[in-house]
Every structure is written in C-alpha cells, then in structure tokens.
Design a protein around this ligand. Sequence first.
Ligand code: HEC
Ligand code: HEC
Length: 614
Amino acid sequence: MTGWRFACLLTGVWFLAMGSWLCAGVSNSLLDVSADGRLIVCSNRDNGSVTVIDRARRQVLHEVPVGSKPEGVSFVGATHTVAVAVYADDLLVLVDADQGKHIASIPLFDEPYGVVSNNDGTRLYVTQEYPGTVAEIDPEARRVLREMSAGVMPRGLALDENRHRVYITEYLSAAILAIDLESGSIVDRWQGPSSENLARQLVVHPTRPKAYVPHIRSRVNVHQGEGSVLPFLSVADLDSQEERRRKTLPMDSFVGAFVVANPWEAAISPDGQTLVTVFAGTDDAFVSEVLDDDYRELSFRRVLRLGHNPRAVRFSPDGRECYIYNALDFELVVLDTDGFNRLGVVSVCKSPLTDEQLTGKRLFYSALEPMVGRRWISCASCHPDGDPDGRTWQNPEGLRNTMTLFGMAWTHPIHWSADRDEVQDFEHTIRGPLMQGQGLIRGSVHDSLGTPNSGLSADLDALASYSNSHKFSLSPHSRQGLSEAASRGQQLFQAAETRCVECHNGPFYTDSRPERPFRSHDVGTGVDDPTEKLGPTYDTPSLLGIYRSAPYLHHGKATTLEEVLTKYNPEDRHGKTSHLNSKQISDLVEFLKALPFEEPEADANRAGLIRIEK
Ligand code: HEC
Ligand code: HEC
C-alpha cells in the first residue's frame, strides 16, 4: 500500500470512528495522479488522447489515442491502469500508463463524463450524461455490472466508500444527488436556485462531510454583462438534514470585486486545508484556505494567473505539488503548494487545431477583452463545447432558447429568426450590452443582414471558423439501426398528411439555406410569448440531436418532444398531428430521438448543400 493511501486509510479509520470521512482523489477530474505519486495523466479533449507524465522528471512518457472527446480520467485503485471516459465515442477506455498502451474499450450507452475508482481498484463508477445514469463497472471483467438512475445530465461524481454512496452533480442544475450503492437508488438531493448551471464536477473534503461544486448561475432575465452569468462555488453539508445545508459562495465578490468567469473544476489538498478553483473564462484560479467554521467556509489566499482555458486541477498525493491543465495551451502547469509558485510547465500534446481554429476557440472561451468588457461572461458560458446551456433567455427580441452549434455550418442563416447570416454578425453581441467588449473589427460594423462582416477581422473570421466546426455525433437510440417504433415513426414523418418533410428535409432535416430570400414559417408558435418582437415566422431548426436538447421551440416552453407535437400544435399549423393517436405520437417521437442515425455531412456534400466554413 502506498504511503498516501495508507495515510488516508489511517485518517479514515479515525474519522470512521468520528462518524464520517472521505478520501481525496475520489472525485472526478480531467486530470489524475497515481496513488504512488509517480505518474500524472490528463485527457486531451481536442486531440482524442490521454498523456501520461512522469511526475518527478516532468516529462511526457506517452500520448495514447483513446477516441473522440475524452473527458474524465482516473487511475484504477493503486495501479498504473487509467480509466478514460471517452464522451463522444461512448466508451470507457482502459490504458496501461507504464506501457502507453490501450488495454480495453468498454462500450457504454452514451456520453460518459466523470469516472472514479474505489480504493482497491475493483470498481469504477462513470457518470453518463445521457440519459442520466451512473454505470458501475468491474474493470477486471471489463463489464458494466449495473446502471443506476442519476438525475438529469449527471457529470460530477464522487465516491464515499464507507457510506456506500456516490454523489453526482447534474450539469444543468448544479444539484448534488446522493445514490445509495446498496439499493442503487437516489436517497438525497441538495438543490440550489433554478438559475444554477454548468456543474461538471464536485470535490469532497478528505475528512469533513462537505462537497464543493464549481458552477455558474445563468440569470436568464438579465441581458447585460453584469448579472447575467455569475461564478459560484457551492458548499454542501453532506451530513446535515437542515434546510440550509447548501450554501453558495459568489466567486466574483469573494476577493473584493475581482470578477472571474466559468469555474470548471476545483481540488482540495490531501490535508484538507487548501482548495483551488480554476476559472476557464478569465484564465485564472483562486487559492483558498478551507475553514472549519460551517459559515464562511473559505478564506481567500491568492489569485493565480494561468494560460488559456484552465479546465482541470489536482494535488499530488503528498500535497506538495498542484497541477493545472490549460486546455487551450495543451500544457500542464506544475506549482508548489507553499507559495503556489510555478515549478515547471509540461507541454502535453500538439494542438490538433489549425491556427485559425485555435484562435477562434480561445476567443470563444474568453471572458477577457477584446471579447468582454466586464469579465463575467464568454460565448462558452451559454454554448459550452457547442452544446446549449439548457436555458431560454429573455432577449430584447423575445424569449430565445439557446440552440446547439452542431452542424451549423450547413444550416445558415442563423438564430431562430434568421436575423443573422454569418457568425461574424456576433460582433454585435460582443460589443452589445451582453458582453460589452471592444470587439474584433476596427471601425464600424455592418448590419447583420447587410454587407458581410466577414473578411474585416482575422480574429472574427477565426471565431466563425471555430463556431462552424462543431460536428454531430450519432444518436445512441439508433446504434442498432432504427427500432420498430422509430421505423413506424419515420413513415409518419415522411407521410404527406403530417407534412413534416415540407420543412424538415435534407440531411439536416431543415429547409434553412443560405440563399436569399431566407425561408421562414409561421407554425403557430409565435403566440405564446407577449415579449416577441420578430415573430410569428421562424427559421426551421435542424432536428439532428434533439433527443438531448430539451426544452424545445424558440420560446423553450415545450419541455418534451411530445409537447411540440401536441400541446404546442393545437391547430395543426405545425404539420398535421391531430389525427395521430398516442401510440403514433410516441412512434414519431421515437423517430425524432433516433436522429441522426447516419452521418449527415457525406449526404450534404452529395446533395450539393452549401457549407459555410467561416
Ligand atoms: C447569455 C447566453 C449567450 C451568450 C453569452 C452567447 N450566446 Fe449565442 N445564443 C444564445 C441564445 C439564447 C441563442 C438563440 C438566439 C436567437 O435565436 O435569437 C444563441 C444563438 C447563437 C447562434 C445561432 C445558432 C444557430 O444554429 O442558429 C450562434 C452561432 C451563437 N449563438 C454564437 C455565439 C457566439 C459566437 C457568442 C459569443 C460572441 C455567443 N453566442 C454568446 C445564448 C448566448
Ligand atoms: C411549415 C414548416 C414546418 C412543418 C410542416 C413542420 N415543421 Fe417542425 N418546425 C418548423 C419551425 C419553423 C420550427 C421552429 C418553431 C419555433 O421555434 O417556434 C419547428 C420546430 C420543430 C421542432 C422543435 C425543434 C427544437 O429544436 O426545438 C420539432 C421537434 C419539429 N419541428 C418537428 C416537426 C414534425 C415532427 C413535423 C411534422 C408533424 C413538423 N415539425 C412539421 C417548421 C415546420
């Protein structure tokens, strides 16, 4: 047994006697350190690989390809085997970190994000964002033992072996849920206000029953830089039954009025005394002292200035070093923990992005000038990794549900009202009340539908190029082809009577084309929002990937696909659905959930559709 695990066990026995304990290193992260402290591993999302680093020499040992969009990584118990949650390929990949070799791939249902191991390495737990489960896996047998319901879009994950519980965080509500591992059911829930959003992780204190969750609040009624998106760290009392057992520390007023944006991960030192939170929008981190007061919880120590888009942070098992992963510099920063001085930087992989896309991606994630004047917000606060934030914003033109950016290169014009014809028009958003940035164009900006804004700024073109680069992954509902129900639904979808294909046609299931005049349709949905300024016609949205993008319609009032076809189509103005019985509606929904069941781009090329590169 390694020194650290042993120390942890001793503390554990002590705290078990006291009633509770947890061991650091059992929380999910995009970064992990082996129990013997010899190896560090990080996942390179853009590169589809993990990098193994020799900790003492600060040198890369191996870069191992694992698949599309790897997220969480964890060493399996005290071994040098690494488990990697490969988000877009729906795999848990096991890698031999000493040899730098792929050992096995375990298929999962969909979107694995966080992974943790138990102490002796006999069990792995993985959050699957869709449809919302935790998978329990035997790494030896390479088998999923069971799937437990875990709320809506779980990402963060921590294991408490002594109490036989896992804790998860829901991505779009930042709620913490406790799952009892005996029964496999949800036994407790710590919920904040409904504005809480984008929680990817939780860390548990090594000795006290506390969990810390970095997240934002999306305040959808505020459409200006200050007050719309706010950074938080929530602290949950895992033992308490009191009402006020979850408190929220505002990270923008934590140190005077020093504003930070997009908290991504946090880490606690093994002695439980120091907590570091990284901010992926403002490229910095806070180092805080953990207080044992159940009141203030943290006391600020210092700000760390980092590189581009820091997403992950971990301590070494001996607590002497801290590691931060700057995702858009493709590097790991090594800090000491006395003064948090930089001991070194390890370049973990080459950037797989073109220079232009890297520039664009950095701008997209940045909450600093020239994108943003007041630091709270970035494009990625509402479009994290191209996904929607699950919110409907009260924009000046009316209620607007955040849309996904996947496949957008093929579905211009953009916005629900087709009021923009190129991503460069977001210069208006950058300079407007929401972001208040200097902007990327020198001089004046053309109207959104007027003379093009492309070609006026290399940086703005780069932002467009990155925004247009998001590709769909196939629906997990049609991996074995269309089910019988989905095939019946497809017939209904294609039937002349329902009229769906009049508007939802072609490989992206939309008639939206970058040719003027732009088409838009009144499907009867413009009547539900008194604040609407641009209705009642809307651009036909693509239907690919809608199995996971609730809520629906421009106003976000339809919470399910059924509701789009029933409650929000009372007069058959949005296709004809009133003649369908409930079984037929559910068949049609099964078909919609199966999209995309084939790769759309090849078809789009064949059909000669126009692809907007930037
Ligand atoms: C406060 C949240 C928020 C921020 C910040 C934000 N967006 Fe959006 N985005 C939205 C919403 C809501 C919509 C739908 C608006 C509409 O249709 O009128 C949207 C729509 C879009 C679309 C249209 C997608 C399509 O398929 O039609 C693009 C592109 C986009 N945003 C890019 C950006 C970029 C680039 C930035 C940063 C400059 C940004 N957004 C900042 C919320 C946000
Ligand atoms: C006349 C054109 C037209 C027809 C016909 C049509 N749609 Fe639509 N569809 C639209 C438009 C426009 C919207 C966006 C409306 C809004 O947001 O208010 C939309 C939205 C949707 C959405 C919500 C997508 C999202 O991301 O929120 C779904 C699902 C959908 N349609 C399915 C169907 C089905 C199924 C049929 C056939 C029964 C159908 N549509 C018929 C034009 C059409």
